[in-house]
Design a protein around this ligand. Structure first.
Ligand SMILES: *Cc1c(COP(=O)(O)O)cnc(C)c1O
Length: 464
């Protein structure tokens, strides 16, 4: 499989070339040149690692040892069960797909654990080193660190706002004692951390000299890894490949639901992809109106489903590329308009019709909806869900159709968001074994001022 940029410039690349990269040189995102076909009949019987291998080898056919990488990634030891993503049936036709049983209790582990192993092998094959630089408000950073810890030829420099994460989140990151993990706790807020990452990345010479890379959600390997559980969830919720299923997906950067769109393009019988936004409703606005208007950083509201608090949806450009029939020049033009006018509107274009054909519908869920959903699931089914999952369920139930099974994606465990759970049902969420008292473990981090020069000096001294 070869990869091209959504903005249409440059020669096609191989998977091993793009997996270590962020954006394509023309500023676009890499997408596969063609869409591979699923073999539902053969895949239905497979266990998770076998299924993951069948899906991933379609996208990463140039990675030697892929089978071994996949088998080392999707294990009971790492994900808590042989099913990896167990399906829980709440009532006939209504299911929860458990995606958050990995080391950091959120769905990002499913893709990042694979990415860590892929990076290690690809770096080894190419005789290269990589220093990953990122900023986190809690979740992505810990999933990345747990995926990259102890890996050869790889170091992680993760900027976090000191004292502003939940004690649980801070403990998940700062308790890692691996030498290749560097937690830089900055005196500032998350935006300061992100600005410093941008400032460092803008210094091309520094970036090249120290081989700085990222693990952001636009990495195609992350999308491909997420395609797998749509198949797994479909097979678990149906008895035959003739049935259709809808998926409800709490969305932020559009990575998770975009993987569902890819699965659907490959031939998975998905009826609706139900996108749930929280108060930060850029995506819901687009699917309702055809108008895409990313928010300014200061317009982003801090909500009780914080991993969906986004200003713009990084992966969205890939979907638009599909809507306009893979016309890179057209995508370039839309993103030029976005830069100039801060928005674009597809509602009057012929492409808008393609939107309904892709099966997307959307809705919005706010704090009160979240609390009501957590409460109602607890009362009706004895199921405790986290605030993000609750957003997905709220919108999913609004868009549910009679006779079509609905699979709601569980994107985090309630233990990560105890405060909102207490507010909703007055109970403390249970912690999975191994996570009791992690706040008391010894912590290892470097306190630094929120200053790009200080961060650069630290990286220069400790880079691989
Ligand atoms: C990242 C995240 C989301 C949003 O997923 P996207 O791929 O960014 O759309 C939803 N819920 C949780 C718990 C997350 O960590």
């Amino acid at each position: 499989m070869r990869y091209v940029s959504t903005r249409g410039v440059g020669a096609p690349q191989r998977f091993a070339d793009i997996v270590l990269e962020g954006l394509a040189p023309d500023g676009g995102l890499y997408v596969p040149e063609s869409t591979p076909r699923a073999d539902l009949a053969a895949w239905r019987r497979l266990g998770y690692p076998e299924l993951a291998y069948e899906v991933l080898k379609l996208f990463a056919d140039d990675v030697a040892d892929l089978k071994n990488i996949v088998e080392r990634t999707y294990t009971r030891e790492i994900f808590g069960s042989d099913e990896i993503t167990p399906l829980k049936t709440l009532e006939p036709g209504l299911h929860l797909l458990g995606l958050s049983n990995g080391p950091t209790l959120a769905f990002k582990d499913l893709a990042l654990q694979l990415l860590g192993n892929l990076f290690e092998v690809v770096l080894e094959q190419r005789g290269e080193r990589l220093n990953i630089l990122g900023a986190t408000s809690g979740d992505t950073g810990s999933a990345a660190e747990h995926a990259m810890r102890g890996k050869q030829n790889l170091r992680v420099f993760m900027l976090s706002p000191r004292g502003r994460m939940s004690p649980f989140q801070a403990a998940q990151m700062y308790s890692l004692q691996d030498e290749n993990i560097h937690n830089l706790a900055l005196e500032g807020v998350f935006d300061d951390c992100q600005d410093i990452v941008k400032a460092v990345a803008a210094d091309a010479e520094f970036k090249r000299r120290h081989r700085i890379g990222t693990v952001n959600s636009i990495n195609w390997a992350r999308v491909a890894a997420q395609v797998v559980y749509y198949f797994k969830g479909y097979f678990a919720a149906t008895a035959s490949d003739a049935e259709q299923v809808s998926f409800a997906v709490p969305s932020g950067n559009f990575g998770n639901i975009y993987a569902g769109h890819v699965a659907r393009s490959m031939g998975l019988p998905i009826r609706r992809l139900i996108l749930a936004s929280n108060e930060n409703d850029v995506l819901d606005e687009f699917f309702r109106s055809g108008r895409y208007r990313p928010r300014k950083a200061k317009e982003v509201k801090a909500t009780s489903s914080p991993s969906m608090d986004i200003s713009k949806a990084s992966n969205f450009e890939r979907y638009v590329y599909d809507l306009v029939g893979g016309d890179g020049a057209r995508v370039r033009e839309l993103w030029r308009r976005l830069g100039a006018e801060g928005a674009f509107d597809l509602s009057h274009s012929a492409y808008y019709r393609n939107l309904s054909e892709t099966g997307f519908v959307s809705g919005r869920s706010v704090h009160a909806d979240r609390l009501a959903t957590i409460r109602s699931l607890w009362q009706r089914y004895g199921a405790m869900v986290d605030p993000h999952t609750a957003d997905g369920i709220k919108v999913g139930l609004e868009q549910r159709e009679a006779g079509v099974p609905l699979v709601c994606l569980e994107t985090a465990l309630p233990a990560k968001f105890a405060e909102t759970i207490r507010e909703a049902i007055g109970q403390e969420p249970a912690r999975p074994t191994g996570y009791e008292g992690i706040e008391r473990l010894p912590q290892r981090f470097e306190a630094l001022p929120a200053d790009a020069q200080a961060v650069k000096r630290y990286i220069a001294k400790h880079a691989a």
